[in-house]
Design a protein around this ligand. Structure first.
Ligand SMILES: [Zn+2]
Length: 303
């Protein structure tokens, strides 16, 4: 499945990967923890990345500039966006959802381990890590700088389709060279946890009250995690939105890292609509807060 990148976007993507992001994490306070019935969900802020409009090409427009300006940002960006992992706890059990960038995207990240320590959790105490997908800003933190397993006793849980895609030489061959680091990180993660990868399919139960929710398009096995206790629910939707400012009002605006942009749009519209209709509380790896979804004009808003 080819990655749909123009030459220009490819330059933007290649600029991102080796870059050290220098935005201080202090620039966006970390909300939470969030309560979901008996569950406690704590966002672990790995860092902030400066999202350039060129990473959402439709935002290189008057409409995009107006949205950025309206949010108090420079009209041509960048927009600082959080990179989060999540610690989910119930009673004496805990689980990790994603692991941040680690050191693979430069020196501005890699704060998940410290955030975990602040919660009293050592990496060797983590038994289960659910992965929304295998992009470097979610899975890089599973590796030490020497590309060994950072979590000595953890099992990784992810969609079968995600493992298959990043393991497939036929998928990598047509992908632009600039995305090689994404494949390298994904494959390094799979290699660093031999015998500790659990593949799931569809809406599998991850733990009592917690289910996987396949959200394909951004990557083939991209998934969210739906936490429910009684009538209290929270959907952690992975990378459905990389920019709340730009993509909530324009769900058709895709990021350059989507494996299948058309499917990513369909999935984004479907889940935004479901959240709006069901009154579902959501958060994500690139959202700084939780909220509910409201339809506004032809798009949506987080309220
Ligand atoms: Zn991401």
């Amino acid at each position: 499945m080819p990655l749909h990148l123009s030459r220009r976007n490819l330059l933007a993507a290649s600029a991102l990967l080796p870059l050290g992001f220098h935005l201080p994490a202090m620039a966006a306070p970390v909300n939470g923890p969030y309560r979901v019935g008996a569950f406690t969900v704590t966002p672990l802020r790995d860092g902030l990345f400066p999202l350039e409009p060129s990473m959402i090409p439709a935002a290189e427009s008057q409409a995009g500039q107006a949205l950025l300006k309206g949010a108090g940002l420079p009209a041509k960006g960048p927009s600082p966006e959080p990179v989060n992992a999540f610690l989910i706890r119930r009673g004496d059990r805990h689980w990790l959802l994603d692991a941040g960038c680690g050191t693979v995207l430069g020196p501005g990240f890699d704060r998940v381990t410290a955030a975990l320590a602040a919660e009293g959790v050592r990496p060797d105490e983590v038994e289960t890590i659910w992965l929304s997908h295998l992009h470097a800003d979610h899975a890089g933190g599973l590796l030490t700088p020497n590309r060994l397993a950072r979590f000595a006793n953890a099992e990784l849980v992810l969609q079968e389709r995600e493992v298959a895609y990043w393991s497939d030489a036929a998928a990598r061959a047509p992908a632009p060279a600039a995305l090689s680091p994404m494949f390298e990180t994904a494959q390094a993660v799979l290699a660093a946890y031999p015998g500790r990868i659990r593949r799931i399919s569809g809406e599998a139960e991850l733990a009592p009250g917690i289910h996987a929710l396949p959200l394909p398009g951004h990557t083939p096995g991209h998934m969210g995690v739906l936490i429910a206790d009684g009538s209290d629910r929270l959907l952690i939707w992975g990378d459905i939105v990389h920019s709340r400012i730009l993509q909530m009002p324009h769900p058709d605006w895709t990021v350059i890292w989507d494996t299948d942009p058309a499917e990513a749009i369909t999935t984004r519209r479907r889940i935004l609509d479901r959240a709006a209709v069901d009154g579902l509380r959501v958060t994500g790896m690139h959202l700084a807060t939780t909220g509910k979804i409201k339809r506004v004009d032809a798009g949506y808003a987080l309220v």
